[in-house]
Write a protein of this length. Structure first.
Lengths: 348, 520
């Protein structure tokens, strides 16, 4: 995949270079991509209130982990409910497997699954009875469901706890049970509403291992999250704020959209104005930012091409280089940057 | 294929709901033991008859006893005479302090009032806010006064009515007079015969007056009310027959007198008349004997109610309330379980999972209804068995009528579950669902004939009672268990119909919750 962004580079005081609101163009590198989910200019408004989601458009390809990222109240759950057919869009069109979401029939619904944010299974039933119930709801016969139940429980490491009542499970185990319940009928597409919310980082990492394993088996995963760092686990990320799409692409593409290119941290004996000027004149250097008296951060179009020229330019001017390190901003930083640059956010 | 999947989905809900209940041993214990224990306690402690602690205030005279033992025979009905007092104010003060329930005052001048041609009042005081108890006390005081009146009348009649010996003496004198008449006629002594005819006529008149004074039904000239319900058969009425005997005797005696006037003392015609007098006397003697043998108690209370209950089991409070309590419990549980289950689904957010899953609202409801129905019918059967075997509440023709009892329970469960679905459609929270089911419980206690007979309410309320499954369920189960008349199937048809309406309305509301989500 390739993302093209236009960035005007200038040194700023912010930790990351400033950019214009992103102009996003996503094109798939794959020759034929089957889109499992598609949203076209979807707006959802409740009564006469402000629209909760506005003019959303994106596609999710089969076998992808698609992450909808955004702060609380950004419209993630509403978007998911539109996709699952629970809500009908006020404007636009949402399709699942090519069928309008709120018109999905039972056969189509058997191909998807949903894992809500809260644990909503039945505390008075055991782990096994809960998953057995969900398998039956999806129409799996008594004989056929048994191996799948075992497989799902083993995947989430709950097979040994299958006789425990759901009410006796810890928060993490409940989440894993909910995940197993969502997986038991072997769906092709699974919607997960903030599946890792409120669980510890170790378990969160294991959840993402599960999701990646599921993705590797061909399952399409549509997940919402508030944890910005989780975006790095995903194949595609859409960032929402106040119901609007701020960014869409692979995590790396979004990074580049936000930073405007690749970043290099340069440490010298002293960073002076003439040195900054020398660096700005190197081809491929888009932005410079003086971080301290000894270090400067450069945004370049391509570090592989620009780095030799930077070294050469500095050596020609007899500037001693202490160290050169590539800098990869965290998604937290990317997210904060995006939020800060959102004109609507700035206004509010 | 879709039928198999639909079946699997319905089974999923049946299994889930049943497991949910069976996983809660305390709930099962509560369902089974709770109502049974309540009935055991009721059966062991309820005495049925009410006895009010009563103070009898008697006239303040030296010859009047204040020992309660002396008034043993007056301690009847609902009044238990604990204290005999001569101070009315003190007795009423005790009533106000809650030391007594009732005070009955016998006035000093009661007899004077009667002699003065007025009714003597026995004031009865009580302090009770319960209208049922108040009515009962007033009714009991009325019965008490009636009983006292009977005692007085009995004693008066016993003292004044002609006794059998007097009747026999009168008839003997009439027969003696007739025999003397016969003798005088045979001797041709017309003058003496005339005297005996006059004597016999006088005795006849005495007998007639004695008959007229008898206070027994059928002896009055104008008794239209009595005539309506107890028409007098002239051939069987003793007083009328006795009068007929007297008429015959008088007619023959006057015939004899006319014969004497025409100089005929002992002709065949005169002998025939004399024979008629003798026969009348004999017949009269028999009738007077019979009438004078009527006891004073019968005269005072000529008609006594002889009620016979044709129900084929022993009537008792526990027997009556036992089946009704089971139905009340089943209705309450069905409504509460179903309503709470649906509302909880919504509050937990499971509804959203169901909305996305390939399951239809009707499959969810059908599964829930079936599971709770099975559970409650089994519960009903166990409770019926328990109250029958352990509490001794009868089940006539158990061997043949148990399927009917199960049918009644099943129909009640069906209608109640329908009501539960409807409530679940209306209630937004668990508290609202509980509130609705409690209101329904209260309505079922008051407006279904459970405690107060429906006939005591206006027709509008009776129509309302038809909406409650308990109205028909309780009546039907009582009919099945306590009597062996054929079950009135209209008692089942109405809850079946109302239950179907509730279910359809509830299903409509449930489906709307699903659809509403997408249209919000």
């Amino acid at each position: 995949m390739k993302t093209e962004t236009e960035v005007v580079g200038e040194a700023t005081d912010s930790p990351l270079p400033s950019i214009e609101p992103p102009v996003i163009e996503v094109t798939s590198a794959a020759p034929v991509v089957e889109h499992v989910l598609k949203m076209q200019n979807v707006t959802k408004q409740f009564g006469k209130n402000e629209p909760v989601v506005k003019d959303l458009s994106f596609e999710v390809a089969r076998g992808q982990i698609f992450c909808l990222l955004g702060p609380s109240g950004s419209g993630k759950s509403t978007t998911m409910r539109i996709l699952t057919g629970t809500y009908q869009p006020t404007e636009g069109k949402s399709t699942v497997f090519g069928v309008v979401s709120h018109r999905m029939n039972q056969t189509l619904r058997e191909r998807l699954s949903y894992m809500p944010q809260q644990f909503v299974l039945f505390p008075e039933l055991s782990v096994y009875q809960n998953i057995n119930f969900m398998a039956s709801v999806y129409g799996m016969s008594w004989f056929s469901r048994r191996p799948y139940i075992r497989e799902a429980l083993e995947l989430v490491e709950l097979w040994d706890a299958r006789r425990k009542l759901a009410s006796q499970l810890s928060g993490g185990m409940r989440r894993r049970l909910a995940l197993a319940c969502a997986l038991v009928h072997q769906p092709e597409l699974i919607f997960m509403d903030e599946p890792t919310a409120g669980i510890d980082p170790v378990l969160r990492a294991r959840f993402w291992e599960h999701f990646e394993a599921m993705r590797d088996k061909g399952l399409t995963i549509f997940v919402t999250t508030q944890y910005v760092t989780e975006a790095d686990y995903c194949d595609m990320v859409a960032i929402l704020n106040q119901g609007r799409l701020l960014a869409l692409g692979t995590p790396e593409e979004i990074r580049q959209q936000v930073t405007g290119g690749e970043i290099i941290d340069l440490t010298l004996n002293e960073v002076t104005r003439p040195i900054v000027q020398i660096l700005r004149e190197v081809p491929g250097v888009l932005k410079t930012k003086r971080v301290s008296d000894e270090s400067i951060r450069l945004t370049v179009t391509n570090s592989g091409e620009s780095l030799p020229q930077i070294v050469s330019a500095l050596q020609q001017n007899e500037v001693e280089i202490v160290s050169i390190t590539p800098y990869r901003p965290t998604f937290d930083e990317i997210f904060v940057q995006l939020m800060e640059q959102d004109p609507v956010e700035a206004k509010s | 294929m879709w039928i198999v999947k639909a079946f699997i989905r319905v089974l999923a809900f049946i299994r889930k709901e049943l497991l949910g209940v069976l996983r809660q041993p305390r709930l099962i214990l509560g369902l089974l033991v709770g109502p049974f224990l309540i009935m055991v306690i009721f059966g062991l402690t309820y005495e049925g008859t009410v006895k009010y602690n009563t103070i009898l205030v008697v006239p303040d005279r030296a010859d009047v006893s204040t020992n309660p033992a002396d008034y043993h025979e007056f301690s009847k009905q609902a009044f238990k005479l604990n204290i005999i007092s001569k101070n009315e104010n003190q007795a009423i003060n005790s009533l106000n302090l809650g030391e007594a329930d009732v005070v009955i005052v016998v006035k000093e001048n009661s007899l004077d009032e009667i002699y003065a041609g007025r009714n003597a009042d026995f004031p009865t005081y009580y302090r009770n806010m319960n209208p049922v108890q108040a009515n009962y006390i007033e009714y009991s005081s009325y019965v008490y006064a009636s009983e006292l009146n009977k005692v007085i009348l009995r004693e008066i009649l016993a003292a004044n009515k002609p006794n059998p010996q007097q009747s026999r003496d009168l008839v003997t004198r009439m027969q003696d007079s007739t025999n003397s008449l016969d003798k005088a006629m045979q001797q041709g002594n017309q003058a003496e015969a005339r005297i005996h005819v006059q004597t016999s006529l006088a005795l006849n008149e005495a007998a007639r007056r004695s008959l007229d004074s008898l206070l027994i039904p059928g002896n009055g000239k104008s008794q239209p009310t009595q005539q309506k319900i107890m028409p007098i058969n002239p051939l069987q009425n003793s007083t009328n027959q006795a009068r007929a005997d007297l008429d015959n005797s008088e007619k023959n005696l006057k015939g004899l007198e006319q014969g004497f006037n025409q100089g005929d003392t002992n002709s065949a015609q005169q002998r025939t008349r004399l024979e008629g007098v003798k026969q009348s006397n004999t017949a009269l003697g028999q009738k007077l004997d019979k009438l004078s043998n009527i006891p004073a108690g019968v005269m005072v209370e000529p008609i006594r109610a002889a009620a016979t209950n044709l129900v084929n089991s022993k009537i008792g409070y526990l027997n009556f309330f036992g089946p009704a309590v089971i139905i009340l419990l089943i209705q309450h549980l069905a409504v509460t379980l179903l309503a709470l289950s649906n509302v909880r689904d919504r509050q937990l957010g499971v509804l959203e999972i169901y909305r996305i899953a390939p399951v239809r609202p009707v499959q969810i409801l059908f599964g829930k209804i079936l599971s709770f129905s099975v559970l409650l019918v089994v519960l009903g059967a166990i409770l019926i068995g328990l109250i029958n075997q352990l509490l001794g509440i009868p089940f006539v023709s158990l061997e043949t009528r148990w399927p009917l009892a199960l049918l009644v329970v099943a129909v009640t469960v069906y209608a109640s579950v329908g009501l539960g679905v409807l409530i679940a459609g209306v209630a937004r929270t668990e508290s609202q669902a509980v509130q609705w089911s409690m209101i329904l419980l209260l309505a079922s206690i008051f407006f279904t004939g459970f405690i107060l007979p429906l006939s005591q309410f206006s027709p509008y309320l009776q129509y309302f009672s038809y909406l409650l499954p308990m109205t028909f369920g309780a009546a039907s189960l009582q009919q099945v268990m306590l009597d062996n008349l054929p079950l009135d199937f209209t008692l089942l048809a109405i809850p079946l119909a109302t239950g179907t309406v509730y279910l359809l309305a509830g299903l409509f509301l449930y489906r709307r919750q699903f659809v509403k989500l997408s249209k919000t």
